[in-house]
Design a protein around this ligand. Structure first.
Ligand code: FAD
Ligand code: PHB
Length: 394
């Protein structure tokens, strides 16, 4: 016999989307539960995003989870583009009328959200197995196994915040959903180390050997990436091999001053563009990576996820407080406008900065011309800056 429970909103997935949605709903007095496949430690062990738009920071403020972010987050006025052995700055603050981004790891943000949820006594079920969603056209139910017992949660709405490989999108009948996808013929090999960052700003590098990115988590912790082939295994790269390859791809000044050290983490991420339309199926709403993926070159994935969550929380609050359904009805279209803008920007940044495995010198010449354009034309630089810091209206 399944153990039954009822909540207003059942959230599948405790990544940044599910946790922030849970927090916004909890603060609005809407009772919710999060059901997560993995353990909290596993979720916190995944090293991912690092760059937050101002609108994401504002939303985290509103959710009451941004105190540590304001203490420890690093505000970046611009970013660097390296090509042809030289670095060029794109100054976001100057080009966008004062906007900046904040560098704060997704791991830290997730930890802040988890701790707040725990302190406020809102429930999260970790290590929930065989999670399945049912009846979202009328009476939604989430089922799962935990510690050998079967559980069932009846609810008004299900939020599918379970990432690209999750169960919620996969449960939608094929005829009700359209997907758009581009898989890139390369990945990113990332390394985290307890070393000071090579530069005060991120460096995006275009190099004949492939793309490289110099990022950071704090004044003493660096995050670096190099473009790699899709079949690359992180285990086959020694730290020394990684540092040598990175040094070959960055500008000479960065190669000279880079401080190296043992890795804390190394992993390979494939690059993908993906959108599922629509993002709502009756009483099931998809949010974040469950509905869309961008290649990380534009630093947009987490920001898009949190934007979906803001719209979904507003729509649910309006429904519970005022019985209005227009925001629920427009949720999918409202999200998808911003999603497609981010898809375009991320694909464009990826094309400009990566070495195409089957590309030729013509492709390289086009990339270099585009890079010179964005680093010399105010209009082109403004377009990059505006998209990177996040557009107010899309
Ligand atoms: P996820 O973080 O994937 O969370 C989904 C959760 O659902 C997971 O905890 C998962 O365990 C759980 N789950 C999965 N299946 C089930 C199931 N069947 N049942 C229950 N739970 C389930 N974005 C940025 O904005 N800026 C960046 O700088 C940036 N850099 C990135 C760098 C890399 C290398 C990568 C890989 C991504 C980067 N991103 C970046 C993207 C960002 O990390 C994601 O967009 C973000 O994690 C999306 O959050 P989410 O909560 O929607 O999904
Ligand atoms: C990161 O720090 O992990 C990071 C930063 C910028 C990106 C992608 C990843 O575009």
């Amino acid at each position: 016999m399944a153990q039954a429970k009822r909540v207003q909103v059942a959230i599948v997935g405790a990544g940044p989307s599910g946790l922030l949605l849970g927090q916004l709903l909890h603060r609005a007095g809407i009772d919710n539960i999060i059901v997560e496949l993995r353990s909290a430690q596993y979720v916190l062990g995944r090293i991912r995003a690092g760059v937050l738009e101002q609108t994401t920071v504002d939303l985290l403020d509103e959710a009451g989870v941004a105190a540590r972010l304001h203490r420890e987050g690093l505000i970046h006025d611009g970013t660097q583009m390296a090509f042809g052995g030289k670095r060029h700055q794109i100054n976001f603050r100057k080009l966008t009328g004062g906007k900046t981004v904040t560098v704060y790891g997704q791991t830290e943000l997730t930890r802040d959200l988890m701790e707040t949820r725990h302190e406020e006594g809102a429930p999260t079920i970790y290590e929930a197995l065989d999670v399945s969603v049912h009846g979202f056209d009328a009476k939604p139910v989430v089922r799962f196994h935990k510690d050998g017992a079967e559980h069932e949660i009846g609810c008004d709405f299900i939020a599918g915040c379970d990432g690209y490989h999750g169960v919620t999108r996969a449960s939608v009948p094929a005829a009700a959903i359209r997907t758009f996808e581009r898989v890139y013929p390369f990945g990113w090999l990332g390394l985290l180390s307890e070393t000071p960052p090579v530069s005060e700003e991120l460096i995006y590098c275009n190099h004949p050997r492939g793309f490289a990115l110099c990022s950071m988590r704090s004044p003493t912790r660096s995050r670096y990436y190099v473009q790699c082939s899709l079949d690359e295994k992180a285990e086959s790269w020694t730290d020394q091999m990684f540092w040598d390859e990175l040094r070959r791809r960055v500008d000479p000044e960065a190669a000279e001053s880079m401080v190296t050290g043992p890795s804390i983490e190394k992993s390979v991420a494939p690059l993908r563009s993906f959108v599922a339309e629509p993002m709502r199926f009756g009483k099931l709403f998809l949010a974040g990576d469950a509905a869309h993926i961008v290649p990380p070159t534009g630093a947009k994935g987490l920001n898009l996820a949190e934007h979906d969550v803001r719209l979904l929380a507003d729509a649910l609050i309006d429904w519970y407080d005022h019985g209005r359904r227009d925001l629920l009805d427009s949720y999918s279209a409202d999200c998808l406008r911003r999603v497609w803008r981010a898809e375009h920007f991320s694909a464009w940044m990826t094309a400009m900065l990566h070495k195409a495995p089957n590309g030729d010198e013509f492709d390289e010449k086009l990339q270099l011309s585009q890079l010179r354009y964005v680093t010399t034309s105010r209009a082109a630089a403004t377009s990059l800056a505006e998209n990177y810091v996040g557009l107010d209206r899309v």
